[in-house]
Design a binder for this molecule. Sequence first.
Ligand SMILES: *Cc1c(COP(=O)(O)O)cnc(C)c1O
Length: 313
Amino acid sequence: MAALTAVVHLCKHGDHIICCDDSYGGTQRLLRTIAGPIYNISSSYVDFNNPGTLEKEIQKNPNTTLIMFETPSNPTLKIIDIQNVVTVAKKYNILTSCDNTFSSLNGSQPLSFGVDVVVHAITKYINGHSDVLGGVVLTANPELHGKLRHIQNSIGAVLSPFDSYLALRGVKTLSIRMEKCEKNAMAIATYLENHKKVSKVLYPGLKSHPQHELACKQMKSFGGMISFFVDGDLSDCKSLLSNLKVFALAESLGAVESLIESPALMTHQSVPVERLKEVGVEPNLVRVSVGIEDVEDLINDFDQAFSFVGEKN
Ligand SMILES: *Cc1c(COP(=O)(O)O)cnc(C)c1O
């Protein structure tokens, strides 16, 4: 959030930000409850994959100066066409910021598509050990770099030396951690897709993902996040989650251990139900952050926990 806060400070009083409609909850909270009321920076939220909506949302007064988006999205793993966003933004001379946390540095590199600033929660994959909170802002533009340094220095929301040390330790193993967790994720996504108690799996690496081709075009690998719908209701989800032994029931993501959660009850519980429905977050949706454990342990764990699903007491 410190990194995203620095990016929002690239705007000035009276500016307007366009943000993708299923962005991280904390990003929307920052824009709606801080940037709006305190800095008079307004924001609107649109579906970037709906042709034309992004361009239609661009305003002259207040002046749109920043487009914020993330891909893949959380928790429905929608892919936004980075090239398309950059083309529209450049036409109107608007800055672009891509939150690349979900795909990690390994999965995709939005700077290579011409995005102005890329943000990562290092809390997730970059640190990878669930023991640091922090963020980074990346840019290839020296002028923006200078402005961001000035903002960080002035605001003071920067990483402590010890957290920096921990994150640097973590990043050394990023590529082998990603290799292993992505291999595990592909195996688990395939397993879930073939499971009779799962109605649908969302994973960009699966051919069944509605934007698999776009994912192949702009991602080098597909990350370790999987979402799926249990064939049942919220109580079936609870049965599954409460009987897993290897997966920890927890929010956060991107670390060496596998985590599982219910967006409706946990990470996205503060989002109004109608909004959740609009972006496809149903009560039977489950989100998994795949770790680097032995994949057989993970699949066996699902096997035993699924046996409790549908068993009405
Ligand atoms: C977790 C997360 C953040 C915020 O990270 P913090 O470490 O909680 O500040 C921002 N964006 C995305 C996509 C995230 O998953």
